[in-house]
Structures are given as structure tokens and as C-alpha cells.
Design a protein around this ligand. Structure first.
Ligand code: UGA
Length: 507
């Protein structure tokens, strides 16, 4: 079949689309394409993964994914296979969704993309539109093209093919974990780099049901858009985290600052939540890869370096708050709420929450961890050690006996927890909010001390006055080093109140 015939097949909705790699990008892509009416072959080399999906069970948590799988599992136009050769031969449009993990030097590891490209080259039985969706550095599309030319084989004769019939397109994904299906089916834009008119027309038809704006560019540019988008998002987060530190230093409130600047449409209000910083499989890795790409080509990226540096400091900033709140960390039970790298997923890859857990364990805290979705994935990476690291599927059990509750992921569910009940089960009512999820006043009203990120310490002066020991003249001593947020007029159970001479007060 030539390109023109494939275009006709697309028009008649008969074309077969292979989605190769069924991970966090591939599976939502395959299911969403099936949902908008395409004939999809989902391919993965993991038998276990394919069997699980075939049995109707989503292999990882992604809102809406299980429902789509249930809906399409018996759809004859949605099939699954591990037979990659066969899938390539029977499809004309191939989405590359294989992983591009990070190598030690920060470069993305493209060996799976290369291997797949060679497999495609050996199975060219007609025109193929090869669409790279995995996040790859600029010029990967060029390499795919070159690799196909080098290895293209006529499947009938087994000889090198001199004029392979294919196009390469770059159609980067902008799927946020926890919203992948929603992002796919309701995109704010679709970016597509193409090197031929017919490839552009095919992509346009495939996405036509979504009625989204498509930005057509060159291959290189589309690849760069993806990296620039993730780098910008990361920079926005690090920027607000930097501002958070300044807020703390001068007694301002970073949440209010974010609101104040975010209302300017040139700035925008999203991705301005200060806290533990960005994690996950994409932002840290893509930021690195973008820097490496620039470096390799002699371009400088000082802003991205600073973005990474600020992010790497976030865990230290948080741990400092923990030790200021607990004084001695060793042997104290702490409740760690939130292990997924963000809400709406069970993914713990490069999770700031899990990194905090590691640091707590290093400091010999007794960690009692809870997450609404990521307990299983977290315990695979960091197996439970009874009495040192325990996982609980009930937040109130996790909080029992704790000297502090740490909020490590911004799960909205945490906000609906019964604070009064938590107050009853903890040993010491301290809540350290690494995601600024809670309203300080609500937490304080429930009887907790509240420590946020980039927040002014509320009622410090009152608390300071109340807690300062009196001198012989009846006046209060001048300096108390560590005081936490208290409500006006409350008698404050402050820990670790240290007088200038080093004497410790409080419980
Ligand atoms: C990111 C991008 O947002 C997607 O557009 C992109 O398609 C995807 O990477 C990818 O390249 O595949 P994702 O990794 O799912 O998506 O996560 P984000 O929602 O971007 O969050 C990343 C991290 O930043 C999380 O740890 C989150 O807690 C943190 N974050 C986010 C903040 O600390 N503050 C914010 O204001 C927003």
C-alpha cells in the first residue's frame, strides 16, 4: 500500500494504528484512540503487561483508564499483542511510545527507540507513518529516518530495500499523569512535526474527532517544543519555590504572592504551588536531557541549571523544618502522608515524598506511611521494615502515636481528613505541610501546630510573648529561637523552645 492508499484508509476509518509501548503514555494513547473510533493494536514486549491488560485490568492507576479499558476490552477494533513484527505489518500508522529513561550523564537512553526503529525497518510491507510520541531530544526524528534508510528490508525478498516508503512525524505527548486520558481527549493543543504533506494530512485526520488546535512544525521544532514546555513548567515551579524561601525570610506568604502574580494573564496561575518541588518520571529527566542537548550543541542554559539546583534543595529545606519541629528526629514516629510523586497516580518514580521518607529513615525516624493510591508501588521500591518503615491503608492508623504528620503529596483527599480525629491519635500535634495544601488557621484551630512552606509564621509574636520565661523583674526574656505558628491567645504546646543561653523549655 502506498501513502495515498493509506490516506484513503484513514479517510474511511479503516486504517490500523499500532501503539507500541503500553506504559504511562502508550496505554492512555491506545485506549483514547480506540475511544474516538480508530482501529488500534496495542503492543508491548512484556507478556505480563499485555496479559494483565487483556484480562481487563489496568496495569497502573490512571483516572478513567480502567473505565476505558472495560469499555473497549471486547471491542474488536482494540486488540493487544506482544508480536511486534506482526503488529507493524498489519498497521500503517505506528505510534512510538517506548520508554526513554535517563542515563547516568543525563542523556536520555534511546536504545529502545533505536531497536524499535530497526524492527520497523525490517517489517516495511508498505507505506508506514512512524509517529514518535515518546519524549526524545531534537533530531531523534532525523535519526529514525536515517536508521530506517540504513536497515530497510524488503520483507518478500529479504534484501535491502532501496526506496523504503515511510514518513516520520513527531507528535509529542503533553499527558500529565493523573490526567492522561482527560489531557488526550481534551488537549489544549496538538503539536506535530512532519516532513511531508501527506503525513500532516494523516495526523490531522486522526485527531479530527478531538477538534483541537494543531500546530504543525518541522520535526526538530516539535521535539524542541516538548522539551521547552517541560523545562518552562519546571522553571515556574522552581521560581515560586525560590520566592517561597524569600517569603519565609521576610515574613510574607507565598500562596498569596502566587495568587497576586498569577492573576496576570502573562504569568498565569498554574504551576505556582510552592512546596517540595517537582518530581516524577518527566520533569526532572526532561530538564536534564534539555540541558545535555544544549550543551552538546554548544548552547548555554543557565536558567535551567538554576531550576534544577533550586529543586534539589527542596528536600533539604523541608528536612530542616522537620528537625526544627521535632528537635531530635531519631526514634520518633512520624506519619508520612503522600508517596506518589503527585496526586492522581500511583507512580513513585523520583517522588519527592519518597525521597523525604529516605531522608527520615537515614535520620532513624520511625516512618508510618500512608498514600491513597501508591502504597503498593512504594512498598516495592522501599519494602516495609516493621517498626522502622510501615505502610498503612488508613491515615488515622498511620498517624497513631506520631510526633508529626508530614504532607508530602498534594492529594486533595488529605484536605477532607478529620483533623479532630487525627489530633486524638497523634502523640504530638504538629503538621508540616510540604505542599501548602491546608489552610493554616483550620489546622491550628484543630489543635495542631502548623508549619508550611514559604509562609509567615502566624501569631508568632503572641506565641513568643506567651512562651518567654519571665526575668526577675517580671519582664519576659528577649530571645527564644524556635517558635511555631500559634493561634492568638492559645496556650501553646511548643517544643524545643531554646533560650539564648541554650536552656531548653517546653515539652
Ligand atoms: C509533566 C508535564 O506537566 C506534562 O505536560 C508532560 O506531558 C509530562 O510531564 C511528560 O513529559 O510526559 P507529569 O510528570 O505527569 O507531567 O507531572 P506534573 O503535573 O507536571 O507535575 C510534576 C511535579 O511537579 C509533581 O511532583 C508535582 O507535585 C510538582 N508540582 C507541580 C509542583 O511542585 N508545583 C506545581 O505548581 C505543580
Amino acid at each position: 500500500m502506498d501513502a495515498k492508499q493509506v490516506l484513503d484508509q484513514v479517510r474511511s476509518v479503516e486504517v490500523r494504528i499500532a501503539v507500541i509501548g503500553l506504559g504511562h503514555v502508550g496505554l492512555p494513547t491506545a485506549l483514547s484512540l480506540a475511544d474516538i473510533g480508530w482501529h488500534v493494536i496495542g503492543v508491548d514486549n512484556s507478556e505480563v503487561m499485555v496479559e494483565k491488560i487483556r484480562s481487563g485490568e489496568s496495569p497502573f492507576y490512571e483516572p478513567g483508564q480502567q473505565e476505558l479499558l472495560t469499555k473497549h476490552i471486547d471491542n474488536p477494533r482494540f486488540t493487544l499483542t506482544t508480536d511486534i513484527d506482526q503488529a507493524i505489518r498489519s498497521a500503517s500508522v505506528l505510534f512510538i511510545c517506548v520508554g526513554t529513561p535517563q542515563r547516568e550523564n543525563g542523556d536520555p537512553d534511546l536504545k529502545d527507540v533505536e531497536a524499535l526503529t530497526r524492527t520497523i525497518a525490517k517489517n516495511l510491507n508498505g507505506y508506514k507513518l512512524i509517529i514518535e510520541k515518546s519524549t526524545v531530544p531534537a533530531i531523534t526524528g532525523e535519526w529514525i529516518r536515517r536508521t530506517i534508510w540504513r536497515h530497510a528490508t524488503n520483507i518478500d525478498t529479504g534484501k535491502r530495500s532501496k526506496s523504503p516508503c515511510f514518513d516520520v512525524a513527531s507528535n509529542p505527548e503533553f499527558l500529565q499523569e493523573g490526567q492522561a486520558i482527560q489531557n488526550f481527549l481534551h488537549p489544549d493543543r496538538i503539536v506535530c512535526g512532519v516532513n511531508s504533506e501527506i503525513a500532516g494530512r494523516i495526523v490531522k485526520l486522526i485527531y479530527a474527532p478531538l477538534r483541537a488546535k494543531i500546530v504543525f512544525t518541522s520535526l526538530n521544532t516539535a521535539e524542541l517544543i516538548k522539551h521547552a514546555a517541560n523545562a518552562f513548567l519546571a522553571t515556574k515551579i522552581s521560581f515560586i519555590n525560590m520566592v517561597a524561601d524569600v517569603c519565609e525570610a521576610v515574613g510574607a506568604d507565598v500562596t498569596d504572592v502566587a495568587t497576586g502574580i498569577g492573576l496576570d494573564p502573562r504569568i498565569g496561575s498554574s504551576f505556582l504551588n510552592a512546596g517540595l518541588g517537582f518530581g516524577g518520571y518527566c520533569l526532572p529527566k526532561d530538564l536534564r536531557a534539555f540541558m545535555r542537548l544544549a550543551e552538546t550543541h554548544g548552547a548555554r542554559t543557565p536558567i535551567l541549571k538554576a531550576t534544577e539546583e533550586v529543586n534539589m534543595q527542596r528536600i533539604n529545606v523541608f528536612m530542616r523544618k522537620v528537625s526544627e519541629a521535632l528537635w531530635v528526629i531519631e526514634n520518633k514516629p512520624v506519619a508520612a502522608f503522600g508517596l506518589a510523586f503527585k496526586p492522581g497516580t500511583d507512580d513513585v518514580r523520583d517522588s519527592p515524598g519518597l525521597n523525604v521518607v529516605s531522608r527520615l529513615l537515614r535520620e532513624r525516624a520511625i516512618v508510618r506511611a500512608y498514600d491513597p493510591a501508591a502504597l503498593e508501588s512504594a512498598s516495592k521500591v522501599k519494602p516495609a521494615v516493621p517498626g522502622q518503615l510501615d505502610y498503612f491503608d488508613d491515615p488515622y492508623e498511620a498517624a497513631r502515636g506520631a510526633h508529626a504528620i508530614l504532607i508530602l503529596t498534594e492529594w486533595p483527599e488529605f484536605k477532607t481528613l478529620d483533623l479532630a480525629r487525627l489530633r486524638e491519635v497523634v502523640e504530638v500535634p504538629v503538621l508540616i505541610d510540604g505542599r501548602n495544601l491546608f489552610d493554616a488557621r483550620t489546622v491550628i484551630a484543630a489543635g495542631f501546630e502548623y508549619v508550611g512552606m514559604g509562609k509567615k509564621v502566624e501569631s508568632t509574636n503572641t506565641a513568643r510573648r506567651l512562651l518567654q520565661p519571665r526575668t526577675s523583674s517580671g519582664r519576659r526574656a528577649k530571645s527564644i529561637a524556635l517558635v511555631y505558628a500559634k493561634q492568638e491567645g492559645e496556650t501553646a504546646p511548643v517544643h524545643d523552645v531554646v533560650q539564648q543561653n541554650g536552656t531548653a523549655y517546653g515539652d
